[in-house]
Design a protein around this ligand. Structure first.
Ligand code: ATP
Length: 460
């Protein structure tokens, strides 16, 4: 079984991330703040690389796809039209004993070990299940619940400086609406013909009440979303195409296909015709990594209705007017980061009982493409010269402290694909030793060809 072989656990990942500058608990010196995390010097590079790889695949290399960067704060009518104001909510229950708050659906899923699907239940049915099966509070172990209350996940804020001018607005709970409200702007300015796509990478906010599992579920996160606008009738084949594209992206990032699976939604949202997730085998078990949804013409139709502005596309050849269908592909950058780290984490047994901790990251995702390591202090000038040259092409780190073995290990732990050692021969013939992170093999290369060699090996 794939699960049994893996060295990774959530505790090990959290610890590695904290000690190696990848991810720190949010507001840590004030005791932290639940479900928030800060990316450190190594983590910010990795996450930027994840976003870059996604953008490259789904915008740059994707014919007829265009990017936008819409405002986080949007006119409140957007959320009325999208249905978020009335129905973006979770069924919550409070434990009267320890005052902790839980999602009823999560309690049922955990209690039934995934054999019961709460998505198919009404609130009354969920309450009845919890009563019948005596589902206790996972924090204090007692059984003393309030009834279910629905809880809107959108964060509210207000604009204006005086009370009179206060006007309730929301932090966006998803980036998708920024693409929908700009459908006409993008189509007109690019003269794109349907089918075409609009993509966005940006922050979204949800007042999640369930425990986060590190960066799996946070209250502030980044989404990478791609909406494909197509004609009704072609939607199902594009839905299948995006399922394949989403899967291939993960495989190309280095995911083992045994750790991925499709999961069709049992209960479709009112606007959806087809919907599935790709689940990943996270350290805590199989969970959603990304979603692919056939949203029909629901969103554009609603925005046309609420804004009074047309969302109809006019076919330039036939003159036909219609509101396109939308295939949505949505993945969290932070959730993908957690999956990438889980997949890359390894503890390798070496000779003499030694263990090497290593992140087998795709080189394009690694924070630093190479580490420059002078063997001795008096080689610093040459090492600095090589380091400064490489920095102009990609992020490179420099480490002159400690034994060379320890320095290799530090780089292995953060997944740096190449270590470049500068020795006395470098002064003579301008060659360096290049050590490969995965095989640990070393080759000798001319310093002048180094940048080209690394660039080629770290491409996505
Ligand atoms: P979940 O069932 O896990 O709450 P969802 O079905 O509500 O997720 P979507 O609304 O489809 O998720 O969002 C698309 C993607 O955004 C998810 O597949 C996930 O990768 C990411 N995502 C959603 N909520 C969060 C969150 N609270 N923290 C981090 N990533 C998130």
């Amino acid at each position: 079984m794939a699960e049994e072989k893996r060295a990774v656990t959530m505790d090990k990942l959290v610890n590695l991330c904290k000690t190696r500058g990848i991810i720190f608990p949010g507001s840590e010196i004030y005791g932290g703040m639940g479900n928030t995390w800060d990316y450190g010097p190594v983590g910010v590079e990795m996450k930027n690389n994840i976003k870059r790889a996604w953008w490259k695949r789904f915008v740059q290399e994707s014919e007829n796809s265009y990017g936008v960067d819409a405002a986080i704060l949007m006119n409140s009518k957007v959320w009325e039209a999208s249905g978020h104001t009335s129905s973006f909510s979770d069924p919550k229950m409070d434990c009267r004993e320890c005052k902790s708050r839980h999602r009823a659906d999560n309690l049922i899923e955990a209690h039934s070990k995934g054999t019961v699907n709460p998505d198919l239940m009404t609130n009354e049915e969920m309450e009845a299940y919890i009563q019948e099966h005596h589902v206790c509070c996972p924090i204090c172990g007692k059984f003393n619940w309030t009834g279910i209350r629905t809880f809107n996940l959108m964060f509210e804020t207000s604009r204006g400086v005086t009370d009179e001018s206060q006007n309730k607005i929301y932090l966006r709970p998803e980036t998708a609406q920024g693409e929908f409200v700009n459908f006409m702007n993008v189509q007109r300015t690019t003269r794109a013909k349907v089918p075409f796509g609009i993509a966005q990478v940006g922050k979204a906010f949800r007042n999640e009440i369930t425990p986060g599992n590190f960066i799996f579920r946070t209250i502030e996160f980044e989404q990478m979303e791609h909406q494909w606008f197509c004609k009704e009738g072609t939607d199902s084949s594009y839905y299948n195409e995006f399922k394949e594209k989403a899967w291939k992206f993960l495989v190309d990032l280095g995911f083992n296909e045994e750790h991925l699976r499709f999961k069709d939604h049992d209960k479709l949202a009112h606007y959806a015709k087809q919907a599935c997730d790709i689940q990943y085998l996270f350290p805590m078990g199989w969970s959603e990594l990304n979603g692919i949804h056939n949203r029909t013409d629901y969103d554009l139709t609603r925005h046309q209705e609420y804004s009074g502005k047309t969302m109809q596309y006019v076919d330039p050849v036939t003159g036909e007017r219609y509101i396109p269908y939308v295939i949505e592909y949505s993945i969290g950058a932070d959730r993908l980061m957690l999956a990438v780290l889980s997949e890359a984490y390894d503890e390798e047994a070496l000779e003499e009982g030694d263990v090497r901790n290593v992140l087998h990251l795709h080189p394009a995702i690694a924070a630093y493409k190479a580490a420059v390591l002078p063997l001795q202090k008096n080689l610093a000038d040459k090492a600095q010269e090589i380091y400064k040259k490489l920095c102009k092409r990609f992020p490179v780190t420099y480490d002159a402290a400690g034994s060379i073995g320890k320095r290799y290990r530090r780089q292995d732990e953060i997944g740096t694909p190449f270590c470049i050692t500068i020795d006395f021969d470098t002064l003579e013939d301008n060659t360096v030793t290049v050590r490969d992170r995965d095989s640990m093999e070393q080759i000798r290369l001319g310093a002048d060809g180094l940048a080209e060699y690394i660039a080629k090996k770290t491409e996505f």
